[in-house]
Write a protein that binds this ligand. Structure first.
Ligand code: DGY
Length: 330
C-alpha cells in the first residue's frame, strides 16, 4: 500500500476539530513562527512540508525557497496579500483561501464602524464610564444620522455587496459603488437592483456621506486612497476602511481629519499591524480604531478554519480544492 501521508505545517493555531482532521490523514507539526519559542520547530518542519496552513504571516520568496517540497499553501483568510503570488505561480504551488464564509461577518463589522463613528459611540460610552455624564448631552456631542445617507463603496466584491444590502435594505441608504467593472446585479444581487449604482470615482466621492474602502491589497491598490481622493470627498464625510490598511496613505488620512475635510474615520485595518504605539491613529479623537476584527467571531473564524482545512486536504489528495486563488493574477 502506498503511503499517502504527507507533512503539514500549521503556522497559526487551528481549532482542535480541524487539527484532528489533518492528523487523521497526515503528519502534522504546529509551529507559529511569530512565537520565539516555536520558531526553531517551524524552521525544522518547513523544508519537509508539502502543505502549509495558517494566516497572518508573510509567506514570501525567501520562505518559499526554504520549502522545496511544497505543493499547497492554504490560507485561513480571504485576502492573499501575505503570499508571494509570482513565486507560487512559477513553482505551480496551489494557493487556497476562504472566500464566502466571512462576508456577512465582515459586513457587520464595517456597519458597526459606520454606526460607531457617526454616533460617536466609543467617545460617549467612555464619557459615561469616566463619570463625565453629569448633565444632558448637548449639541457639541451630537452625532449624525446613518439612515438615509449616501454610502460610497470602493470595491464591490462579495463583502461590498453584503455591506450594500445592510445599507440599502436596512437603513434606506442610496448606495454608489466604484469597481473596475459594473456588477451584473440581476444575477449576483437582484435585491440591490436599482439600489446600488456603479459610479465614476469622482462622482462617488463628491456625493457619499460615508466612503467605505473594501479594497484588496495589490500593486495597483497600494496607497490608492490618498490626499487627492480625500480632497474630492464631500466635506464632513466619514471614512471607513475594512479592507487592507496599506491601500490608504495614513498621513493623508490624518491630514484630511485635521484639516476638517473628514468628520471621522473608522479603521479596522492599518498599514502596520498591530498598530504601532506611536501611530497618531491610535489615539486621534475622531478615529475609531479596531484591531483587525473583520471576521473575528467564533462562528466565522471556525468556518474559515474548516474551509481552509478542507482546501488543504483536497489539494494534498490530488483533488481540486473548493477555493483556489488564481495566482496567475499576480
Ligand atoms: C481576511 O480574511 O483576509 C480578513 O482580513 C480576515 O479578517
Amino acid at each position: 500500500m502506498t503511503d499517502t501521508r504527507k507533512n503539514v505545517l500549521v503556522f497559526r493555531e487551528l481549532p482542535d476539530d480541524q487539527l484532528a482532521r489533518l492528523r487523521a490523514a497526515h503528519e502534522v507539526t504546529v509551529a507559529n513562527p511569530k512565537l520565539p519559542e516555536q520558531l526553531a520547530a517551524f524552521d525544522a518542519a518547513l523544508p519537509l512540508a508539502q502543505g502549509l496552513i495558517g494566516s497572518s504571516y508573510p509567506i514570501d520568496d525567501a520562505l518559499l525557497a526554504r520549502a522545496p517540497q511544497l505543493e499547497v499553501v492554504s490560507s485561513v483568510s480571504v485576502g492573499v496579500d501575505n503570499y508571494a503570488l509570482s513565486a507560487l505561480h512559477a513553482r505551480g504551488i496551489l494557493l487556497c483561501h476562504t472566500p464566502g464564509v466571512l462576508d456577512e461577518t465582515v459586513a457587520d463589522t464595517v456597519f458597526a464602524l459606520l454606526l460607531a463613528t457617526a454616533r460617536r459611540l466609543v467617545e460617549l460610552s467612555t464619557l459615561v464610564r469616566d463619570g463625565g455624564w453629569t448633565k444632558n448631552i448637548e449639541d457639541d456631542r451630537f452625532g449624525v444620522d446613518v439612515h438615509g445617507k449616501t454610502l460610497g463603496l470602493l470595491g464591490f466584491g462579495r463583502i461590498g455587496q453584503a455591506i450594500a444590502r445592510r445599507a440599502a435594505l436596512g437603513f434606506g441608504m442610496p448606495v454608489l459603488y466604484h469597481a473596475r467593472h459594473a456588477v451584473d446585479l440581476s444575477s449576483h444581487a437582484p435585491e440591490l437592483q436599482g439600489k446600488a449604482v456603479h459610479t465614476p470615482l469622482d462622482d462617488l466621492l463628491g456625493r457619499a456621506d460615508f466612503v467605505v474602502a473594501m479594497l484588496p491589497l495589490s500593486d495597483s491598490t497600494r496607497g490608492l486612497v490618498d490626499a487627492k481622493l480625500f480632497a474630492a470627498m464631500k466635506p464632513g464625510a466619514i471614512f471607513v476602511n475594512g479592507g487592507r490598511g496599506a491601500t490608504v496613505r495614513e498621513d493623508d488620512l490624518l491630514a484630511a481629519l485635521d484639516g476638517g475635510r473628514l468628520r471621522a474615520a473608522g479603521l479596522d485595518v492599518f498599514a502596520r499591524e498591530p498598530l504601532p504605539m506611536d501611530s497618531p491613529l491610535r489615539t486621534h479623537a475622531r478615529v475609531t480604531p479596531l484591531p483587525h476584527i473583520g471576521s473575528a467571531t467564533h462562528e466565522t473564524r471556525h468556518a474559515m478554519a474548516e474551509l481552509a482545512t478542507t482546501n488543504l486536504l483536497q489539494a494534498l489528495a490530488g483533488q481540486r480544492p473548493t477555493a483556489v486563488y488564481d495566482t496567475a493574477w499576480a
